[in-house]
Write a protein that binds this ligand. Structure first.
Ligand code: SAM
Length: 371
Protein backbone atom coordinates (compact mmCIF):
# COMPACT_ATOMS: atom_id res chain seq x y z
CA UNK A 1 0.00 0.00 0.00
CA UNK A 2 1.35 3.50 -0.83
CA UNK A 3 2.11 6.08 1.85
CA UNK A 4 -0.89 8.12 0.68
CA UNK A 5 -3.29 5.16 0.82
CA UNK A 6 -2.14 4.42 4.36
CA UNK A 7 -2.52 8.05 5.43
CA UNK A 8 -6.03 8.06 3.89
CA UNK A 9 -7.03 4.90 5.73
CA UNK A 10 -5.62 6.03 9.08
CA UNK A 11 -7.31 9.44 9.06
CA UNK A 12 -10.60 8.03 7.79
CA UNK A 13 -10.52 5.89 10.97
CA UNK A 14 -9.56 9.03 12.93
CA UNK A 15 -12.64 10.84 11.62
CA UNK A 16 -14.82 8.01 12.94
CA UNK A 17 -13.22 7.44 16.33
CA UNK A 18 -10.63 9.41 18.30
CA UNK A 19 -7.17 7.86 17.83
CA UNK A 20 -5.22 8.39 21.06
CA UNK A 21 -1.80 7.68 19.52
CA UNK A 22 -2.27 10.50 16.97
CA UNK A 23 -2.89 13.11 19.66
CA UNK A 24 -0.10 15.45 20.71
CA UNK A 25 -0.90 17.71 23.70
CA UNK A 26 -1.47 21.31 22.55
CA UNK A 27 -2.29 24.37 24.59
CA UNK A 28 -5.10 25.87 22.46
CA UNK A 29 -6.82 29.16 23.24
CA UNK A 30 -9.71 28.03 25.49
CA UNK A 31 -11.88 31.01 24.51
CA UNK A 32 -11.80 29.97 20.85
CA UNK A 33 -12.48 26.31 21.65
CA UNK A 34 -15.59 27.17 23.68
CA UNK A 35 -17.71 27.75 20.56
CA UNK A 36 -16.72 24.44 18.91
CA UNK A 37 -18.76 21.21 19.00
CA UNK A 38 -17.12 18.64 21.36
CA UNK A 39 -16.64 16.12 18.53
CA UNK A 40 -14.46 18.60 16.60
CA UNK A 41 -12.33 19.34 19.65
CA UNK A 42 -12.03 15.67 20.52
CA UNK A 43 -10.84 14.55 17.06
CA UNK A 44 -7.79 16.76 17.24
CA UNK A 45 -4.67 15.47 15.55
CA UNK A 46 -2.68 18.70 15.59
CA UNK A 47 0.70 19.46 17.19
CA UNK A 48 0.57 23.26 17.49
CA UNK A 49 -1.75 26.23 17.30
CA UNK A 50 -1.30 28.24 14.07
CA UNK A 51 -4.62 30.05 14.75
CA UNK A 52 -2.62 32.43 16.97
CA UNK A 53 -1.27 34.11 13.83
CA UNK A 54 -4.66 34.90 12.25
CA UNK A 55 -5.62 38.60 11.88
CA UNK A 56 -8.95 40.27 11.31
CA UNK A 57 -9.94 40.37 7.63
CA UNK A 58 -7.50 37.60 6.58
CA UNK A 59 -8.28 35.06 3.87
CA UNK A 60 -6.88 31.95 5.59
CA UNK A 61 -6.04 28.60 4.01
CA UNK A 62 -5.63 25.60 6.35
CA UNK A 63 -3.69 22.71 4.81
CA UNK A 64 -4.97 19.31 5.96
CA UNK A 65 -7.90 20.75 7.89
CA UNK A 66 -9.07 17.43 9.38
CA UNK A 67 -12.09 17.89 11.63
CA UNK A 68 -12.04 21.66 10.95
CA UNK A 69 -10.98 22.68 14.44
CA UNK A 70 -8.33 25.24 13.41
CA UNK A 71 -10.63 26.56 10.64
CA UNK A 72 -13.48 27.18 13.09
CA UNK A 73 -11.04 28.82 15.52
CA UNK A 74 -9.63 31.02 12.73
CA UNK A 75 -13.16 31.95 11.62
CA UNK A 76 -13.72 33.64 14.99
CA UNK A 77 -10.60 35.78 14.44
CA UNK A 78 -11.00 36.83 10.80
CA UNK A 79 -14.37 38.49 11.50
CA UNK A 80 -17.13 39.31 8.99
CA UNK A 81 -14.73 40.40 6.24
CA UNK A 82 -12.43 37.39 6.45
CA UNK A 83 -12.71 33.92 4.98
CA UNK A 84 -11.36 30.51 5.91
CA UNK A 85 -10.76 27.59 3.53
CA UNK A 86 -9.85 24.12 4.77
CA UNK A 87 -8.25 21.66 2.31
CA UNK A 88 -8.17 17.95 3.00
CA UNK A 89 -7.90 14.86 0.78
CA UNK A 90 -9.98 12.65 3.05
CA UNK A 91 -13.74 12.31 2.43
CA UNK A 92 -14.43 11.15 5.99
CA UNK A 93 -12.59 14.15 7.49
CA UNK A 94 -14.33 16.54 5.08
CA UNK A 95 -17.73 15.06 6.02
CA UNK A 96 -16.95 15.51 9.72
CA UNK A 97 -15.84 19.14 9.26
CA UNK A 98 -18.80 19.98 6.98
CA UNK A 99 -21.34 18.37 9.33
CA UNK A 100 -21.01 21.32 11.71
CA UNK A 101 -20.95 24.09 9.09
CA UNK A 102 -24.58 25.23 9.53
CA UNK A 103 -24.30 25.14 13.35
CA UNK A 104 -21.01 27.09 13.26
CA UNK A 105 -22.35 29.60 10.71
CA UNK A 106 -25.21 30.30 13.14
CA UNK A 107 -22.81 30.76 16.07
CA UNK A 108 -20.39 32.91 14.06
CA UNK A 109 -23.13 35.03 12.50
CA UNK A 110 -22.07 34.16 8.95
CA UNK A 111 -20.91 31.30 6.76
CA UNK A 112 -17.26 32.19 6.30
CA UNK A 113 -15.69 28.71 6.33
CA UNK A 114 -15.61 26.21 3.50
CA UNK A 115 -13.94 22.84 3.15
CA UNK A 116 -12.60 21.63 -0.18
CA UNK A 117 -11.15 18.35 -1.35
CA UNK A 118 -7.56 18.60 -2.55
CA UNK A 119 -4.00 17.43 -2.14
CA UNK A 120 -1.87 20.04 -0.42
CA UNK A 121 1.06 19.37 -2.78
CA UNK A 122 -1.23 20.13 -5.76
CA UNK A 123 -3.46 22.96 -4.58
CA UNK A 124 -4.59 23.91 -8.07
CA UNK A 125 -6.43 20.61 -8.61
CA UNK A 126 -10.03 20.30 -7.43
CA UNK A 127 -10.19 16.63 -6.38
CA UNK A 128 -13.97 16.65 -5.89
CA UNK A 129 -14.37 17.78 -9.52
CA UNK A 130 -11.93 15.01 -10.49
CA UNK A 131 -14.13 12.47 -8.68
CA UNK A 132 -17.19 13.66 -10.69
CA UNK A 133 -15.26 13.52 -13.95
CA UNK A 134 -14.01 10.02 -13.21
CA UNK A 135 -17.57 8.84 -12.49
CA UNK A 136 -18.44 9.79 -16.06
CA UNK A 137 -15.12 8.80 -17.64
CA UNK A 138 -13.96 5.56 -16.02
CA UNK A 139 -10.36 4.57 -16.65
CA UNK A 140 -10.13 1.30 -18.56
CA UNK A 141 -7.25 1.84 -20.96
CA UNK A 142 -4.07 3.86 -21.11
CA UNK A 143 -5.75 6.34 -23.47
CA UNK A 144 -8.30 7.05 -20.71
CA UNK A 145 -5.45 7.89 -18.36
CA UNK A 146 -4.00 10.34 -20.87
CA UNK A 147 -7.43 11.97 -21.23
CA UNK A 148 -7.65 12.34 -17.45
CA UNK A 149 -4.22 13.98 -17.31
CA UNK A 150 -5.12 16.43 -20.07
CA UNK A 151 -8.42 17.30 -18.33
CA UNK A 152 -6.62 17.81 -15.01
CA UNK A 153 -4.01 20.10 -16.61
CA UNK A 154 -6.87 22.22 -18.06
CA UNK A 155 -8.67 22.30 -14.71
CA UNK A 156 -5.54 23.50 -12.86
CA UNK A 157 -5.22 26.36 -15.32
CA UNK A 158 -8.85 27.33 -15.90
CA UNK A 159 -10.52 26.44 -12.57
CA UNK A 160 -7.80 26.21 -9.91
CA UNK A 161 -8.98 25.00 -6.53
CA UNK A 162 -6.78 27.66 -4.90
CA UNK A 163 -5.80 30.48 -7.23
CA UNK A 164 -2.36 32.13 -7.41
CA UNK A 165 -1.74 34.81 -4.75
CA UNK A 166 -5.26 34.53 -3.32
CA UNK A 167 -4.47 33.90 0.37
CA UNK A 168 -3.30 36.25 3.16
CA UNK A 169 -2.23 33.52 5.56
CA UNK A 170 -1.52 29.82 5.02
CA UNK A 171 -1.68 27.76 8.19
CA UNK A 172 -1.32 24.05 8.82
CA UNK A 173 -1.29 21.81 11.83
CA UNK A 174 0.71 18.60 11.66
CA UNK A 175 0.24 17.73 7.98
CA UNK A 176 3.31 18.61 5.88
CA UNK A 177 5.22 15.63 7.28
CA UNK A 178 2.56 13.29 5.83
CA UNK A 179 3.31 14.30 2.25
CA UNK A 180 5.48 11.87 0.26
CA UNK A 181 9.16 12.96 0.33
CA UNK A 182 9.19 13.07 -3.48
CA UNK A 183 6.42 15.72 -3.37
CA UNK A 184 7.74 17.89 -0.55
CA UNK A 185 9.57 20.37 -2.79
CA UNK A 186 6.42 20.81 -4.86
CA UNK A 187 4.46 21.31 -1.64
CA UNK A 188 6.64 24.26 -0.55
CA UNK A 189 6.28 25.70 -4.06
CA UNK A 190 2.48 25.38 -3.95
CA UNK A 191 2.32 27.17 -0.60
CA UNK A 192 4.39 30.01 -2.08
CA UNK A 193 2.18 30.17 -5.19
CA UNK A 194 -1.09 30.68 -3.33
CA UNK A 195 0.11 33.32 -0.83
CA UNK A 196 -0.31 36.93 -1.98
CA UNK A 197 2.81 39.12 -2.03
CA UNK A 198 3.25 40.41 1.51
CA UNK A 199 1.19 37.48 2.82
CA UNK A 200 2.27 35.14 5.62
CA UNK A 201 2.51 31.51 6.66
CA UNK A 202 2.33 29.89 10.11
CA UNK A 203 2.96 26.16 9.96
CA UNK A 204 2.96 23.84 12.96
CA UNK A 205 4.54 20.49 12.25
CA UNK A 206 6.85 17.76 13.50
CA UNK A 207 10.58 17.96 12.79
CA UNK A 208 13.44 15.66 13.75
CA UNK A 209 16.99 16.28 14.93
CA UNK A 210 18.72 13.63 12.77
CA UNK A 211 18.08 12.04 9.35
CA UNK A 212 15.36 9.38 9.40
CA UNK A 213 16.66 6.04 8.02
CA UNK A 214 14.66 4.44 5.21
CA UNK A 215 13.70 1.49 7.45
CA UNK A 216 11.66 3.96 9.55
CA UNK A 217 10.34 5.80 6.48
CA UNK A 218 9.00 2.52 5.12
CA UNK A 219 7.05 1.81 8.31
CA UNK A 220 3.49 2.88 7.41
CA UNK A 221 2.41 3.24 11.07
CA UNK A 222 5.33 5.58 11.82
CA UNK A 223 4.73 7.54 8.62
CA UNK A 224 0.98 8.01 9.04
CA UNK A 225 1.56 8.69 12.75
CA UNK A 226 3.34 11.98 11.81
CA UNK A 227 6.78 10.65 12.69
CA UNK A 228 8.96 9.20 9.95
CA UNK A 229 7.88 11.67 7.24
CA UNK A 230 9.19 14.57 9.35
CA UNK A 231 11.94 16.72 7.86
CA UNK A 232 15.03 17.60 9.82
CA UNK A 233 14.69 20.98 11.56
CA UNK A 234 17.08 22.84 9.20
CA UNK A 235 15.59 21.22 6.05
CA UNK A 236 12.13 22.29 7.14
CA UNK A 237 13.16 25.96 7.44
CA UNK A 238 15.21 25.80 4.24
CA UNK A 239 12.22 24.38 2.33
CA UNK A 240 10.35 27.67 2.89
CA UNK A 241 13.43 29.80 2.13
CA UNK A 242 14.10 27.84 -1.10
CA UNK A 243 10.50 28.38 -2.17
CA UNK A 244 11.06 32.16 -1.93
CA UNK A 245 9.78 33.07 1.55
CA UNK A 246 11.72 35.56 3.68
CA UNK A 247 11.87 36.22 7.41
CA UNK A 248 11.63 32.43 7.88
CA UNK A 249 11.55 31.90 11.62
CA UNK A 250 11.35 29.05 14.10
CA UNK A 251 8.72 30.81 16.16
CA UNK A 252 7.84 27.98 18.52
CA UNK A 253 9.96 25.05 19.62
CA UNK A 254 8.65 22.12 21.63
CA UNK A 255 11.04 21.87 24.58
CA UNK A 256 10.29 18.20 25.07
CA UNK A 257 10.36 15.79 22.09
CA UNK A 258 6.92 14.41 21.26
CA UNK A 259 8.39 10.99 20.42
CA UNK A 260 11.80 9.37 20.33
CA UNK A 261 12.41 6.50 17.90
CA UNK A 262 15.78 4.75 17.63
CA UNK A 263 17.40 7.72 19.37
CA UNK A 264 15.94 10.31 16.94
CA UNK A 265 13.93 13.07 18.62
CA UNK A 266 10.70 14.18 16.94
CA UNK A 267 9.25 17.45 18.24
CA UNK A 268 6.55 19.98 17.41
CA UNK A 269 7.57 23.38 16.07
CA UNK A 270 5.83 26.35 14.46
CA UNK A 271 7.51 28.16 11.57
CA UNK A 272 6.47 31.61 10.35
CA UNK A 273 7.55 33.41 7.16
CA UNK A 274 6.50 36.15 4.76
CA UNK A 275 6.22 36.23 0.96
CA UNK A 276 8.16 39.25 -0.34
CA UNK A 277 6.10 42.03 -1.86
CA UNK A 278 7.99 41.87 -5.15
CA UNK A 279 8.01 44.74 -7.60
CA UNK A 280 10.86 46.94 -8.72
CA UNK A 281 13.30 48.52 -6.23
CA UNK A 282 12.81 52.30 -6.11
CA UNK A 283 15.28 54.45 -4.22
CA UNK A 284 13.64 57.54 -2.70
CA UNK A 285 16.37 58.06 -0.07
CA UNK A 286 15.03 55.88 2.75
CA UNK A 287 17.32 54.58 5.50
CA UNK A 288 17.03 52.14 8.39
CA UNK A 289 19.12 51.76 11.53
CA UNK A 290 19.49 48.29 12.98
CA UNK A 291 19.06 48.66 16.76
CA UNK A 292 21.14 45.65 17.83
CA UNK A 293 22.00 43.65 19.94
CA UNK A 294 24.25 42.02 17.32
CA UNK A 295 27.11 43.79 15.59
CA UNK A 296 25.49 43.18 12.18
CA UNK A 297 22.71 41.12 10.60
CA UNK A 298 22.01 39.92 7.05
CA UNK A 299 18.59 39.51 5.44
CA UNK A 300 17.52 36.89 2.87
CA UNK A 301 18.31 39.26 -0.01
CA UNK A 302 21.95 39.72 1.08
CA UNK A 303 21.58 43.21 2.61
CA UNK A 304 23.76 43.82 5.63
CA UNK A 305 22.68 46.06 8.50
CA UNK A 306 25.36 47.34 10.89
CA UNK A 307 24.22 48.15 14.40
CA UNK A 308 23.58 51.89 14.79
CA UNK A 309 24.45 52.83 11.17
CA UNK A 310 22.13 54.54 8.68
CA UNK A 311 21.84 51.96 5.91
CA UNK A 312 20.44 52.94 2.50
CA UNK A 313 17.39 50.87 1.49
CA UNK A 314 14.84 50.96 -1.33
CA UNK A 315 11.19 51.78 -0.55
CA UNK A 316 10.14 48.10 -0.64
CA UNK A 317 12.83 46.99 1.87
CA UNK A 318 12.02 50.02 4.02
CA UNK A 319 8.33 49.00 4.18
CA UNK A 320 9.21 45.40 4.98
CA UNK A 321 11.70 46.22 7.73
CA UNK A 322 9.58 48.88 9.40
CA UNK A 323 6.17 47.15 9.15
CA UNK A 324 6.99 43.45 8.91
CA UNK A 325 7.94 40.92 11.58
CA UNK A 326 11.26 42.68 12.35
CA UNK A 327 9.76 46.13 12.86
CA UNK A 328 10.87 46.33 16.50
CA UNK A 329 14.51 45.76 15.48
CA UNK A 330 14.83 48.75 13.15
CA UNK A 331 14.46 52.52 13.19
CA UNK A 332 12.93 53.76 9.94
CA UNK A 333 14.09 57.10 8.48
CA UNK A 334 12.03 58.52 5.64
CA UNK A 335 13.60 61.07 3.27
CA UNK A 336 12.97 64.74 4.01
CA UNK A 337 12.09 65.67 0.43
CA UNK A 338 9.71 63.54 -1.63
CA UNK A 339 11.54 63.30 -4.96
CA UNK A 340 10.59 61.12 -7.95
CA UNK A 341 12.97 58.33 -6.88
CA UNK A 342 15.14 56.17 -9.11
CA UNK A 343 14.80 52.51 -10.06
CA UNK A 344 17.82 51.31 -8.11
CA UNK A 345 18.74 49.32 -5.03
CA UNK A 346 21.82 50.45 -3.14
CA UNK A 347 24.44 47.66 -2.98
CA UNK A 348 24.62 45.81 0.33
CA UNK A 349 26.44 47.82 2.97
CA UNK A 350 25.75 51.28 1.44
CA UNK A 351 25.38 53.96 4.11
CA UNK A 352 22.88 56.83 3.78
CA UNK A 353 24.10 60.34 4.53
CA UNK A 354 22.15 61.96 7.41
CA UNK A 355 21.67 64.96 5.11
CA UNK A 356 19.24 62.92 2.98
CA UNK A 357 16.89 62.01 5.83
CA UNK A 358 17.33 65.01 8.12
CA UNK A 359 13.94 66.57 8.72
CA UNK A 360 12.12 63.45 7.47
CA UNK A 361 9.84 61.24 9.56
CA UNK A 362 11.52 58.67 11.77
CA UNK A 363 9.94 55.66 13.48
CA UNK A 364 11.85 53.94 16.22
CA UNK A 365 9.33 52.41 18.55
CA UNK A 366 10.28 51.23 22.00
CA UNK A 367 12.31 48.23 22.94
CA UNK A 368 11.15 45.48 25.25
CA UNK A 369 13.69 46.27 28.02
CA UNK A 370 17.14 44.81 28.51
CA UNK A 371 16.37 41.21 29.52
C1 SAM B 1 -2.52 14.80 11.55
S1 SAM B 1 -4.05 15.21 10.82
C2 SAM B 1 -4.20 16.91 11.27
C3 SAM B 1 -5.61 17.41 11.15
C4 SAM B 1 -5.85 18.84 11.60
N1 SAM B 1 -4.93 19.75 10.98
C5 SAM B 1 -5.81 18.96 13.12
O1 SAM B 1 -5.18 19.92 13.60
O2 SAM B 1 -6.44 18.17 13.81
C6 SAM B 1 -3.66 15.22 9.12
C7 SAM B 1 -4.80 15.62 8.19
O3 SAM B 1 -4.23 15.96 6.93
C8 SAM B 1 -4.88 15.25 5.88
N2 SAM B 1 -3.85 15.01 4.85
C9 SAM B 1 -2.75 14.24 4.96
N3 SAM B 1 -2.02 14.30 3.84
C10 SAM B 1 -2.68 15.15 3.01
C11 SAM B 1 -2.42 15.63 1.68
N4 SAM B 1 -1.34 15.27 1.01
N5 SAM B 1 -3.31 16.49 1.12
C12 SAM B 1 -4.42 16.87 1.81
N6 SAM B 1 -4.71 16.44 3.05
C13 SAM B 1 -3.85 15.60 3.65
C14 SAM B 1 -5.42 14.02 6.53
O4 SAM B 1 -6.53 13.52 5.82
C15 SAM B 1 -5.80 14.53 7.92
O5 SAM B 1 -7.09 15.03 7.96
Amino acid sequence: MSVEAHVLERYAAGAGERQEDLCCPVDYDRDLLRLLPPEIVEKDYGCGDPSRYVREGDVVLDLGSGSGKICYMAAQLVGQKGQVIGVDMNDAMLALARKYQPEMAGKLGGDRVRFVKGMIQDLALDVEATDHWLAEHPIRRHEDLLALKAWQARQRKERPLIADESVDLVISNCVLNLVDDGDKRRLFGEIFRVVRPGGRIAISDIVCDEPVPSSLKQDPELWSGCISGALQEDEFLQGFADAGFVAVKLDKWGDEPWREVEGIEFRAVTVTAVKPEGGECMDFGHAVIYKGPYEKVYDDEGHVFYRGRRMAVCARTFRFLTRGPMKDDFVGLAPAAGGPGKPWCAPAGTLRSPAETKGGVSHGGEGGGCC
